[in-house]
Design a protein around this ligand. Structure first.
Ligand code: R5P
Length: 303
């Protein structure tokens, strides 16, 4: 069997280092630098001839830089003689642009797959925004889910007074998955997006009066989706004890701080994205996907 080698870009080095340890190895040495004109310099500093190489990089913000850096790493490894290359993408950016809603739009999620397939033999991703994106891949994709881990971590904080809330129709299947794992009922919100930072919830389908909401989503970005859902749930008389859970905590533009004016008891995310230093008073809980991804890498390395 080829030797397993692991390298990482700069999106989330602490996570990548911990993942390498889980695999019983260490991150391969490489140079990753920025030129003054903003170009990126990548150089692999180890002999990887004939290796089975896994490159870890979340395509979180700055998305274009992290994606390009990942592709440069792949190119450097290929030129360095790697036998097989797998992109390990704990948070997969651009997945939300998975179809054309308005005439003239791009399907960016497909373009990203086309870019990845020029450099990689396989991809590992966690909780893609829409599982239908799997259909864009014509290289093998190992799509793993952090939902069972999050549900298990949430279990001690959840009573049968809770109800799982899907904050939009795209989250219905996800909410059902949490509901099945935690044995809770589900309600659905009807969200309308009015731009990248503004959403409104028109309707809640199901009974929330007196119940505590567990609002689940694939990601929290600006927090607008969670906030508009919380506002409508409170209007409908839910219990003022809410829990938010998402696989990916992007928390752009002070999203976390914006939650502080709501009765949020806990916010649960994974470490797929490197979190900025947060106010220690925020009830933020981070569940690691290190072992989940480690198992996927071990599985793929064997075949
Ligand atoms: C959208 O369909 C996604 O599933 C999330 O609901 C959305 O991306 C969250 O973004 P934000 O936190 O900015 O509302």
């Amino acid at each position: 069997m080829e030797k397993l080698s692991v390298f990482a870009g700069r999106a989330n080095r602490p996570f990548a280092e911990a993942l390498a340890l889980t695999l019983g190895t260490r991150l391969g040495q490489c140079s990753l630098e920025d030129f003054p004109d903003d170009e990126v310099y990548v150089r692999i500093l180890e002999d990887i001839h004939g290796d089975d190489v896994f490159l870890i990089q979340s395509t979180s913000a700055p998305v274009a830089l992290h994606l390009l850096e990942l592709m440069f790493l792949a190119d450097a490894c290929r030129r360095g003689g790697a036998a097989r290359l797998t992109a390990v993408i704990p948070y997969y950016g651009y997945a939300r642009q998975d179809r054309r809603v308005l005439a003239g739009e791009t399907v960016a999620a497909r373009v990203v797959v086309d870019i990845l397939r020029t450099g990689f033999d396989r991809v590992i991703a966690v909780d893609l925004h829409n599982a239908a994106i799997e259909g864009f891949f014509d290289i093998p994709l190992e799509h793993v889910s952090a939902v069972p881990l999050l549900a298990e971590a949430l279990r001690p904080s959840i009573s049968n007074q809770y109800v799982v809330v899907a904050p939009d129709l795209g989250a219905v299947k996800l909410a059902q998955k949490y509901a099945d794992l935690l044995d809770l009922p589900v309600v659905y919100a009807h969200k309308v997006r009015m731009g990248g930072r503004k959403t409104r919830v028109h309707r809640i389908i199901g009974e929330v009066k007196g119940r505590s909401p567990l609002i689940v989503d694939d990601m929290i970005s600006t927090g607008a989706t969670m906030i508009s859902t919380m506002e409508e749930l409170l209007n409908r008389g839910c219990a003022p004890r809410m829990i938010l859970a998402a696989s990916h905590g992007l928390f752009v533009e002070n999203a976390l701080e914006r939650f502080s004016s709501f009765p949020v008891e806990g916010i649960w995310v994974t470490d797929s994205v490197m979190l900025a230093k947060t106010n220690p008073s925020m009830p933020l809980h981070v569940v690691s996907v290190r072992d989940l991804i480690g198992e996927a890498i071990t599985r793929l390395h064997r075949v």
